[in-house]
Design a protein around this ligand. Sequence first.
Ligand SMILES: Cc1cc2nc3c(=O)[nH]c(=O)nc-3n(C[C@H](O)[C@H](O)[C@H](O)COP(=O)(O)OP(=O)(O)OC[C@H]3O[C@@H](n4cnc5c(N)ncnc54)[C@H](O)[C@@H]3O)c2cc1C
Length: 187
Amino acid sequence: MNDFEYPASHWFTYVSGSGQGGMPYHGLSPLGNVQNANALAEVVAQNGGDVWTNTPVERILIKDGLFTGLVVRRDDREVEVSAKLLVSDLGPRKTVDLAGRENFDPDYLKQVDALRPAPIVANVIASDKLLVDVPGGLLIVGAKRIVAGMPVTKTCPSLPRRASTCWWSGARPLPACTMSTSKKRHG
Ligand SMILES: Cc1cc2nc3c(=O)[nH]c(=O)nc-3n(C[C@H](O)[C@H](O)[C@H](O)COP(=O)(O)OP(=O)(O)OC[C@H]3O[C@@H](n4cnc5c(N)ncnc54)[C@H](O)[C@@H]3O)c2cc1C
């Protein structure tokens, strides 16, 4: 999310303990986030469901304004799946593309068209020395590019495989920064 899309007051409410409770907990999956996805898939299978991976959705089917199903590509052929409910995590723009713009309200389309990608560069540094000795995450103010950081080894000591410590930071590339904060210049 870009800074012009999110008022600073919302962010401070989100991170404050008295607002929405703050951000007291940080977790990392030592074997990557696929660990979480696989665990969830196991629960779905245990409860009689099917999980289809590598099955891209090609169309979202709408009839008379109502969702009726999907066309997916499975084993290199199109398969139609009828369904009553769709939970899409593709983001609004791609969801609209797959369902067809004609099926959405003009006001909603206006909001979707106004969305801009938020640029971020993630850096991971493995080192033999602990670079920052604090627990949890840091919001960094006043630096040129870096906006957040986390000495991940402090939260998840088993994570680095080839070095004794690991530092992660998020930064905004300068040209992209200018793009996202200057709506007027870039339309
Ligand atoms: C660099 C970076 C760092 C981040 N760091 C953090 C963090 O430290 N902590 C945190 O909480 N969040 C973090 N986030 C945010 C977090 O990753 C997202 O909020 C989260 O992944 C969103 O999950 P999602 O399931 O909604 O969407 P996604 O994870 O984007 O999943 C959407 C999936 O849909 C698939 N897809 C696309 N098109 C199709 C299609 N036609 N058919 C089928 N599948 C399709 C995509 O391949 C993708 O796997 C970070 C994001 C980025 C980019």
